[in-house]
Write a protein that binds this ligand. Structure first.
Ligand SMILES: [Zn+2]
Length: 142
């Protein structure tokens, strides 16, 4: 085991460790999505039709995850990005729920469920990071 510290300006030691603590910090919807792996209904989230410039942070730990310039109109009803700020801020896992094989995307710092990634996005990456608004917190610059 290494004790390499995360390179993010996040007080990771300050993060909740139990569901009860997360529940106090998050709204019920944020908790259901980010901590329990839920999915908000399409076209209902805060950011699917958001066009402000800025940075989308993890709603749980404030780690910057996506920039608005990588957000695009996917037509899916969820905020969609073609790449994260850095490969280090997310981690992916195979998700076999509901009889489908999908790739789940989580925050690398706090493990929050963010959404899924699909190989049908636009160039330059060809990837579609299909995120839940409830897991994101936009820090708008305009
Ligand atoms: Zn996080």
């Amino acid at each position: 085991m290494t004790d390499r510290k995360p390179e993010f300006p996040t007080a990771a030691t300050d993060l909740p460790t139990t569901d009860d603590e997360w529940r106090q910090r998050l709204t019920p919807e944020q908790f259901a999505v980010a901590r329990q792996g839920g999915t908000e209904r399409a076209f209902t989230g805060k950011y699917w039709d958001e066009h402000s410039e800025g940075v989308y942070n993890c709603v749980c730990c404030d780690t910057p995850l996506f920039e608005s310039k990588t957000k695009y109109e996917s037509g899916s009803g969820w905020p969609s990005f073609f790449q994260p700020i850095s490969d280090d801020v997310i981690k992916t896992e195979t998700d076999r729920q509901f009889g489908m094989v999908r790739t789940e995307v989580r925050c690398a710092v706090c493990g929050a469920h963010l959404g899924h990634v699909f190989p049908d996005g636009p160039q330059p990456t060809g990837m579609r990071y299909c995120m839940n608004s409830a897991s994101l917190d936009l820090d708008a610059t305009d």
